[in-house]
Design a protein around this ligand. Structure first.
Ligand code: PLP
Length: 479
């Protein structure tokens, strides 16, 4: 397929600018470019066809079932898009907030931030939340910086270590290291949860924090979380909740009540917003009492009917420009209001039911990685099939030929030939059944004619890639 630049012909235009209705700005000469930018010049029809064609080659939640585990790729109500597109939201200028003349025009946005932060705190049993971080990983970094600020303030200068389970997302250790900590990894028990004895063995006074995902990336509830919290708090270590899997427990139990001190939410996983292909996210951080004074600033506060901005005295400062990805927060707000209290409880109930339905239908064809009941995602190992030549990757590729996005494969690293399936709450029984039928058919094909799976995909615009070359040579002409 041609690049848009290759379609460029000098002088073609897709837009006409309106006549200038404000005084022309005078730019300093050093800011002006000497030569025109080499932008593609194309007619309207060319540009519309080009991007429509590209969008049709893309896969998204709006055209297929997307069972990507650990990512919660669920249907996002279009009402959230409508609300985010309202001019009072979408057309706010970030500098409007600091200008007295426009202060009245941002009160609604401030109210939304204030209410959303309060709802997030309530849902998770935290004291407060800040919507500033712009992704889950960024929320983790913020949380790790908050832990560092807390210990610095208390004179806990010897605390330099963060404990992370081996099933954790790679961003957990990365965030801890970025905040200046050393990382110690603790293995999982054979049942898939954190090995408590091995955890206890590495706990000492140097530990500043413990990062836990619950349910963890094996899809299992960390049933010893109360004991883990106790052991952490005994040495004044803070317990961090990676909220990527909050979809499984929202409205059922609260991280704060389980003993967590600090956490992030992935609004783009649990509370609407499409996020395939690394689109914008929002990873608010939530804190209990002890970390309240260090939250990023400025924060929206409410006094005498007026919303204004304040920075907590001991704040770690800004961690994003303005309010981060404000419009993602707007979508989350719309989503939560749309579902309401009971609706949000149904989200987790049905997400868990759906994952266990898939588990029940597939467990005789694919080996479950663990024996405990799963929460919102079910994890299988294709190791028995791999020994006969059909790997998890082959199942993933064969699913593409059958119109599905692949589940997560080879993550978490603790499970060999991992297939991690997260259906979410928003899929119908018919969709789940059709997917399970397809998986069962693939399991049969793996036995009978493995080459069909090994050669897949054959119907997609791009066939089987050389994975190593694609990773090492990002500019390779693989299309
Ligand atoms: C997605 C995810 C993250 C990181 O979140 P991003 O929003 O992608 O930065 C962290 N931990 C787990 C378990 C995740 O699934």
């Amino acid at each position: 397929m041609q690049l848009i630049f290759e379609k460029s012909r000098a002088g073609r235009r897709a837009i006409n600018f309106d006549a200038l209705d404000v005084p022309e700005a005078k730019l300093a000469p050093e800011l002006c470019r000497a030569n025109a930018a080499a932008l593609p010049e194309v007619g309207e029809l060319d540009v519309v066809r080009h991007f429509t064609h590209l969008s049709q080659r893309n896969v998204g939640i709006d055209d297929t079932f997307y069972p990507l585990g650990s990512c919660t790729m669920k249907y996002n109500p279009k009402i959230a898009e409508v609300v985010a597109a309202m001019p009072g939201m979408a057309k706010l200028h970030p500098h409007q907030s600091s200008s007295a003349a426009y202060a009245g025009t941002v009160q609604g946005a401030y109210a939304l931030i204030h209410e959303l932060e309060a709802m997030l705190a309530e849902i998770a049993g935290m004291k407060a939340a800040s919507i500033q971080p712009i992704a889950g990983a960024h929320g983790e970094l913020t949380g790790a910086l908050l832990m560092a600020a807390y210990h610095r303030d208390k004179g806990n200068t010897h605390k330099d270590t963060v404990i992370v389970p081996d099933s954790a997302h790679g961003t957990n250790p990365a965030s801890a290291v970025m905040a200046g900590f050393k990382v110690v990894e603790v293995p999982s028990d054979s049942d898939g949860t954190l090995h408590v004895d091995k955890f206890q063995a590495v706990m000492n006074d140097r530990v500043a924090g413990v990062m836990l995902t619950c349910p963890n990336t094996h899809g299992l509830f960390e049933s010893n979380v109360a004991r883990i919290a106790e052991l952490a708090h005994e040495v004044d270590a803070l317990l961090y909740y990676d909220g990527a899997n909050l979809n499984a427990i929202v409205g059922q139990c609260r991280p704060g009540d389980l003993g967590f001190d600090v956490m992030h939410y992935n609004l783009h996983k649990t509370f609407a917003t499409p996020h395939g292909m690394g689109g914008p996210g929002c990873g608010p951080v939530g804190v209990g009492e002890r970390l309240l004074p260090y939250l990023p600033g400025p924060r929206v506060v409410h006094h005498d009917g007026i919303y204004s901005l304040e920075t907590p005295e001991k704040s770690i400062g800004r961690i994003a420009a303005f309010f981060g990805n404000f419009l993602i927060a707007v979508r989350a707000y719309a989503y939560m209001r749309f579902y309401g209290d009971e609706g949000l409880r149904d989200v987790s109930r049905v997400a868990v039911l759906n994952a266990n339905y898939i588990h029940a239908r597939l467990k005789h064809a694919f080996k479950p990685a663990f024996g405990k009941p799963f929460m919102h995602e079910c994890v299988f190992t294709a190791q028995p099939q791999a020994e006969k030549g059909v790997r998890a990757m082959d199942f993933a590729k064969a699913l593409l030929d059958r119109g599905y996005h692949a589940p997560t494969v080879y993550f978490p690293l603790t499970v060999k030939e991992c297939l991690m399936i997260e259906p979410t709450e928003t899929e119908s029984k018919e969709t789940l059944d059709a997917f399970c039928d397809t998986m069962l058919e693939l399991a049969r094909l793996a036995e009978e004619c493995p080459e069909i799976l090994q050669q897949a995909p054959i119907t997609t615009p791009v066939g089987r890639l050389d994975e190593v070359k694609a990773a090492k040579d990002l500019n390779c002409a693989c299309l």
